[in-house]
Design a protein around this ligand. Structure first.
Ligand code: ASP
Length: 340
C-alpha cells in the first residue's frame, strides 16, 4: 500500500458557486472527498492537509510556499509521494519555486487542480486528481519514477519549472514548449524516461529563505525613458527584462545607458524573451550584441514564472549579486537549456 500525502491549498477544484453573487469561492476538502467516492476504494493510504484559509491561487504568496515546502520536508520520509491541489492561475509559479526550494528531491511532488469545480458534471477534476495520485505513487525497483516537482493537467505531466498556464478556459490549460512532456496518460501512463530528472544518491535539502526583491520590465515599442527609469530604479535586487524575439532590445542610447547605470549600481538584469518558444541568443542580432558587454544576464529559454521564482530563491541564499547572476545562467533544477 502506497502512502500519499495530499496538500489542499484551494483553487477551482474545490470551489462552489456563491448563491448571491454567482462567483466561485473556495470550499473545504470535504467537498472533494464527497464527489470522489472512488478515493476510498483506492489502494493508497491518503493523508490530507488542508490549508487555512484555502485560497484562490491568485492570492498565492511566498509565506505559503514556505509552509508547503516545510510540510513536504516534515513528511518526506513517511510518504511515497505528494499531491498538491492548487488553483491553476499561479500553479506554474508554485511548481517552479518548489522545484528550487526542494533540492535533491527523490519523490514525486505533483501539483494539480482543474478548470471546473469537482461538483460540476463535466468536471476535469476527477481525472486530473486520480492521475496525479497514480503518478505520485508510481515506483520502479523500489524507486519513485518521478523525482521532481511536476504539474499534471489534462493527461499530461509537465516539469513544473518549464510550464506555464496558457489557456484560461480549455481543459488543456498548461504547456511547456521548451521541454518535452514528462508523461502522457491514456490507457497506460507512458513516461518519457529520457526527459526525467534522476536525483538518486543526492541529499534532500529544504531551502526556505526567499527574497522577493524582484522587478519586471516588459519592453514594447514606444516605452518611454521615464517609465523605463522608474521601473529600473525600484527597490529590487534583480529585474527580469522581457525582450523581443531572441533577446533583442531597442538600441537608443538613453535605453542602453539606463541599463548600464542600473547594472553599475549593483542590480542584475535578466534577459528573457517575450516569445513562449525558443531561447535568448545574445549577439545573434545587432540589437542584442551590446547587452552582454553591458553585463546583462542571459535567461536563455526560462519561463517568466521560473525566472522570477529562481531569483527569489537565489537571492534568499546569496548576498552577492554577481553570484546570483552566475547561478541564473546555470541549470540547477532542469529549468534551462544552455545552447552556447
Ligand atoms: N482562479 C482559480 C485559481 O487559480 C482558477 C483555477 O483554479 O483554475 O485558484
Amino acid at each position: 500500500m502506497q502512502n500519499i500525502f495530499i496538500i489542499y491549498t484551494g483553487g477551482t477544484i474545490g470551489m462552489v458557486q456563491d448563491k448571491e453573487t454567482g462567483t466561485f469561492v473556495p470550499f473545504d476538502f470535504e467537498l472533494i472527498a464527497r464527489n470522489l467516492p472512488d478515493l476510498a476504494r483506492l489502494n493508497y493510504k491518503l493523508t490530507v492537509h488542508s490549508f487555512t484559509p484555502i485560497i484562490d491561487s491568485s492570492n498565492m504568496r511566498p509565506s505559503i510556499w514556505v509552509e508547503m515546502a516545510q510540510i513536504i520536508k516534515d513528511n518526506y520520509e513517511q510518504y511515497d509521494g505528494f499531491v498538491i491541489l492548487h488553483g491553476s492561475d499561479t500553479m506554474s509559479f508554485s511548481a517552479s519555486i518548489l522545484s528550487f526550494m526542494l533540492e535533491g528531491l527523490q519523490k514525486p511532488v505533483i501539483l494539480s487542480g482543474s478548470q471546473l469545480p469537482i461538483g460540476e458534471i463535466r468536471t476535469d477534476a476527477r481525472e486530473n486528481m486520480m492521475t496525479a495520485l497514480e503518478i505520485a505513487s508510481a515506483k520502479e525497483n523500489g524507486k519513485s519514477i518521478i523525482q521532481e516537482v511536476c504539474i499534471l493537467f489534462d493527461n499530461k505531466l509537465f516539469r513544473g519549472n518549464r510550464s506555464f498556464k496558457y489557456h484560461s478556459s480549455k481543459f488543456e490549460a498548461f504547456r511547456s514548449p521548451n521541454y518535452p512532456v514528462l508523461a502522457e496518460a491514456g490507457i497506460h501512463i507512458n513516461y518519457n524516461r529520457d526527459a526525467l530528472l534522476d536525483n538518486s544518491g543526492k541529499e534532500f535539502i529544504l531551502h526556505t529563505e526567499l527574497d522577493n526583491r524582484v522587478g519586471v520590465l516588459k519592453l514594447f515599442p514606444g516605452i518611454s525613458e521615464e517609465t523605463t527609469r522608474t521601473i529600473l530604479s525600484a527597490d529590487v535586487r534583480s529585474i527580469v527584462m522581457e525582450t523581443f524575439g531572441s533577446g533583442n532590445t531597442m538600441t537608443d542610447p538613453w535605453f542602453l545607458d539606463l541599463l548600464a547605470d542600473t547594472i553599475r549600481g549593483g542590480k542584475n538584469i535578466i534577459d528573457i524573451s517575450q516569445c513562449k518558444v525558443g531561447s535568448v541568443e545574445l549577439g545573434r542580432y545587432e540589437t542584442s550584441q551590446g547587452l552582454k558587454a553591458l553585463g546583462v544576464t542571459n535567461g536563455y529559454d526560462m519561463t517568466f514564472e521560473s525566472a522570477v521564482t529562481k531569483l527569489m530563491y537565489l537571492q534568499g541564499q546569496l548576498k552577492d549579486q554577481a553570484e546570483v547572476a552566475y547561478w541564473v545562467e546555470q541549470s540547477i533544477r532542469g529549468e534551462i537549456t544552455i545552447n552556447d
